[in-house]
Write a protein that binds this ligand. Structure first.
Ligand code: S3P
Length: 175
């Protein structure tokens, strides 16, 4: 393996699971949202407000390319919308082993209660927004991923173990 990328909807636990996984595997951990915020010197909400979503999506592609090209083994947590771009899907297929963390609307609502850092969820009817987005994105996530793992009601350690078991069974060796 070189790069293991976690994808999935906001609140799926990509960063938490990714961090734990990287520690267990003793490889580096990177988060595309953090990378972008560091490079830009501003938070994602400000990037969306000042330059728009399309601009942010271009930054995500730049980020993904740069992280995937780094030589060492590593785990990457990808922003929830990153797999939507065809170009990014291509990069993931070619250069990473991609795991989709599958989460329900109910879990997202609960986990992101009071969160104001996700611009796409700053709407009056958050529940409907999340339901609609998951419905549209779920098949895209499935298509972009090599494997999918359910996260609802599960501890981080259990999810990490499932991914590690897949790894030990040779699933990661193919790229
Ligand atoms: C987004 C997910 C966010 C962040 C941005 C847009 C999305 O990342 O990239 O707010 O379109 O799903 P997380 O999935 O890490 O919350």
């Amino acid at each position: 393996m070189k790069k293991l990328v976690l994808i999935g909807y906001m609140g799926a636990g990509k960063s938490t699971v990714g961090q734990a996984l990287s520690e267990r595997m003793q490889v580096s951990f990177r988060d595309t949202d953090c990378w972008i915020e560091e490079k830009q010197g501003r938070c994602i909400s400000d990037i969306f407000a000042e330059d728009g979503e399309d601009y942010f999506r271009k930054l995500e592609t730049d980020c993904l390319k740069e992280l995937l090209e780094q030589k060492e083994n590593g785990v990457i947590s990808a922003g929830g919308g990153l797999p939507l771009r065809e170009e990014n899907q291509e990069l993931l297929r070619k250069m990473a082993y991609t795991v989709y963390l599958q989460v329900s609307k109910e879990t997202v609502l609960e986990r992101l209660k009071g969160d104001s850092s996700r611009p796409l969820l700053q709407v009056a009817d958050r529940e409907t927004r999340i339901a609609e987005m998951i419905q549209v994105r779920h098949p895209i996530y499935l298509e972009a991923a090599d494997t999918a793992v359910e996260v609802d009601g599960r501890e981080v350690e259990e999810i990490v173990k499932e991914i590690l078991d897949l790894f030990l069974n040779g699933g990661f060796g193919k790229k």
